[in-house]
Design a protein around this ligand. Sequence first.
Ligand code: SF4
Length: 236
Amino acid sequence: MMAEAGEQNAGNWSDTSAQTGGATHAPADARIGEIVRVLHETYPDAACELNHHSAFELLVATILSAQCTDVRVNMVTPVLFARFPTPAALAAADREEVESIIKSTGFYHNKARSIQEAAARIVSVYGGEVPRTMNELLTLPGVARKTANVVLGVAYQIADGIVVDTHVKRLSARLGLTTQSDPVKVETDLMALVPQEEWVDLSHLLIFHGRRCCDAKKPNCAACSVYALCPSALPR
Ligand code: SF4
């Protein structure tokens, strides 16, 4: 999940509906159903792209994915989990060894501390199991709503909220689904627009579309499946 800084209005593209040549669009609540339907059709296999075999592995991978690509995280986690396969093992690990394994994901001092302190709390408070509620997950070091939503939605199939990463934030703005920029407020707007049974899929769909078509700097509007539904579409 990549960094957000500077991606809006970057390059030769900006968030102005004027570029659509004056086309008008219905309010978000009138378009969202069709947007979700078309994105499901476009990306039938949309899913979390962080490799994992358990809720604990997913939690750690998601913490490591801050300011880093999922591809890079997927190179690091097999080594990390082979060496420290359980929360107890990771909690007791030598900090410098953990740092050396995760170094290429960036911010490795902070990330090493977060994943080891989260692992320690999972052991000491939650009996070695990653908790299944938002409130409990938010007590883990390094875990905010985005990470908690990833774990709940992907590992436990619990739709408590919507993951808002850099792609979801960018696409929600471009598609006119929110005027907010704060991720928690974006999440609130999306939760009001989309039925709860779509909350988990919606973030996968927007992340897939962001990675494969609606690039931060050069969105490929000419090839976009939701072109007709997008108030920010560049003229074809
Ligand atoms: S790529 Fe699609 S979603 Fe992104 S700005 Fe262009 S038309 Fe809108």
